[in-house]
Design a protein around this ligand. Structure first.
Ligand code: NAD
Ligand code: DAU
Length: 339
């Protein structure tokens, strides 16, 4: 397939491009990425060299209709996977505006350009956070009502509903995927796992929000990317598919596992003021994706976590490249004297 992948220099998008180019020798990918603080061309440096003639990059904003349309036409693209988003909940609390602009207006603009061009397949990548928060029992299914609690998740829920409208109103072949918390190589170290690992290795304090008892369902990024490829190839137009990792862990348990891996003491943990609107627990019921797409997560959390932390240990230059000026300003602005 000839694909427009947006946000392909980010964490999940770059893992997806690597997998798609490797697994389908016929594929061609145009990666349109605005290169925000989270977009890093280094994530794809080796992949680009391995697949000459099958990949092009465009520094572009999904909220720019004419550029999206031009890329679709210029490269005769017939499918779209939209990863492009502002993705960090804490940043959305500091300033929701870029989240609304990219995640809502950008998502709609990209749908409009893809409709005009007339693509045959379109996957919009969304999140379990659109469902809000669970109590101690149960799991989100695709029919769980949307109840987002952060500016980030509200912007993602808005885009999911716009996708729904595009299918119902214009018979546009959009598929929405909703996944739980990803971990793996190339994740920007503002997210829990790389953030805590890098701090632990420097013997810095590890700020856990609230009582550390919030639960996330962790999935390795390659399992998520496999699910997105399956949705792209086999998904029903108009459908929503949940993906999960079968790996519910509370945050304290995740941080303890990281400390064990690093050989560092638990005294590094600091319980700090909770994230406002902090969702208590996520868990995913993904039987629809299992039945219709043949999706199932393949990697155990402990195995995947060890591989991921080793990747960070083995890539100090990548880490240095993303933890300089602007990153440190964000850490200072958000955590202040909590760390
Ligand atoms: P990320 O922040 O690592 O990457 C986002 C990418 O989008 C970056 O390369 C950035 O430069 C690009 N981008 C941002 N605004 C853009 C714009 N206006 N135009 C073009 N490019 C733009 O995010 P991620 O963790 O890789 O998440 C990718 C997608 O998956 C997002 O839509 C996110 O909501 C969704 N998702 C993430 C997770 C997770 O655990 N990380 C789970 C489920 C769903
Ligand atoms: O569930 C999918 C979502 O997972 C994606 O849609 C988002 O893009 C992605 O960022 C992620 O959101 P979370 O808010 O769950 O991820 P984060 O890594 O920011 O936090 C994971 C948990 O760890 C959450 O309960 C908050 C907690 N946490 C996080 C940080 C950064 C802390 O206790 N301390 C911290 O310093």
């Amino acid at each position: 397939m000839r694909l427009l992948v947006t946000g392909g220099c980010g964490f999940i998008g770059s893992n997806f491009i690597r997998m798609a180019l490797r697994d389908d020798p016929e594929s061609f990918i145009c990666n349109a990425d605005k290169l925000t603080y989270a977009g890093n061309p280094a994530n794809l440096a080796r992949t680009v060299k391995e697949h000459p003639g099958r990949y092009v990059f465009a520094k572009a904003d999904i909220a720019d209709h004419d550029t999206m349309l031009r890329l679709l036409e210029e490269h005769s693209l017939d499918g779209v996977v939209n990863f492009a988003a502002e993705s960090h909940v804490d940043r959305s609390i500091i300033d929701p505006a870029p989240f609304i602009r990219t995640n809502v207006l950008g998502a709609q603009t990209l749908l409009a350009a893809a409709s005009k061009h007339g693509v045959s397949r379109y996957v919009h990548v969304s999140t379990d956070e659109v469902y809000g928060s669970l109590g101690e029992k149960g799991a989100f299914s695709e029919t769980t009502p949307l109840a987002p609690n952060s500016p980030y998740s509200a912007s993602k829920a808005a885009a999911d509903l716009i996708c729904r409208a595009w299918h119902k109103t214009y018979a546009f072949p959009v598929i929405v995927t909703r996944c739980s918390n990803n971990y793996g190589p190339c994740q920007f170290p503002e997210k829990l796992i790389p953030f805590m690992y890098l701090r632990a290795m420097r013997d810095e304090s590890l700020p856990l929000y609230g009582d550390g008892g919030n639960v996330r369902d962790w999935i390795h990024v390659e399992d998520h990317c496999r699910g997105i490829l399956l949705a792209l190839l086999k998904g029903r137009p108009g459908a929503v598919y949940n993906f999960g990792g079968n790996a519910e862990r509370d945050n304290l348990a995740v941080v303890r596992e990281i400390l064990r891996f690093c050989g560092k003491p638990e005294s590094l943990v600091r319980f700090v003021a909770d994230r406002p609107g902090h969702d208590r627990r996520y868990a995913m019921e993904y039987s629809l994706a299992a039945e219709e797409l043949g999706f199932s997560p393949s990697r155990s959390f402990e195995e995947g976590l060890g591989q991921t932390l080793r990747w960070y240990a083995d890539n100090p230059e990548w880490v240095r490249g993303v933890t300089s000026g602007a990153y440190l300003s964000f850490i200072q602005e958000w955590y202040g004297d909590k760390v």
